[in-house]
Design a protein around this ligand. Structure first.
Ligand code: SF4
Length: 130
């Protein structure tokens, strides 16, 4: 993966700050974790024009872009408020898993992590249950 420009990094940081505030999440206490994810997202914006999630393997990135499932903020974030990259997490650095379906890998790894700000985020999840 190539190194994104400082301008792209700044745009991605701004996006992430805004989304964290909107969704009621915070950044990981280890800044290197956040920096690595932001770098991956910014590199994808430069390469594909969209912030494709950098924490997955895609057999065909062009096809994945058309599906839109993993464009940040991805469907899992919008539905379950779960960020497997650990970009948008709770203050303890754990991703929120409360809304994940049973058997999801996030539940297996982290157990049940409750949402400290249930009034924010989950735009897609709310629509589906209303
Ligand atoms: S898991 Fe989703 S919300 Fe988290 S960085 Fe990847 S695309 Fe963004």
């Amino acid at each position: 993966m190539h190194e994104p420009t400082p301008e792209s990094m700044e745009r991605m940081w701004n996006y992430a700050w805004k989304f964290a505030a909107k969704s009621g999440t915070t950044f990981h206490p280890d800044r290197e974790v956040t920096e690595a994810v932001i770098t991956g997202l910014a590199a994808h914006v430069e390469e594909f024009g969209r912030p494709l999630c950098p924490c997955n393997f895609y057999p065909n990135k062009e096809e994945e872009l058309k599906q839109r499932r993993w464009i940040c903020a991805c469907d899992e974030m919008q539905r379950y408020k779960y960020c497997h990259c650990l970009l948008f997490v709770g203050e303890d650095g754990l991703p929120i898993t409360e809304y994940l379906p049973e058997g999801h890998e996030g539940r297996e790894i982290y157990g049940v992590v409750t949402d400290p700000t249930p009034d924010r985020g989950r735009v897609l999840g709310r629509k589906e249950t209303s």
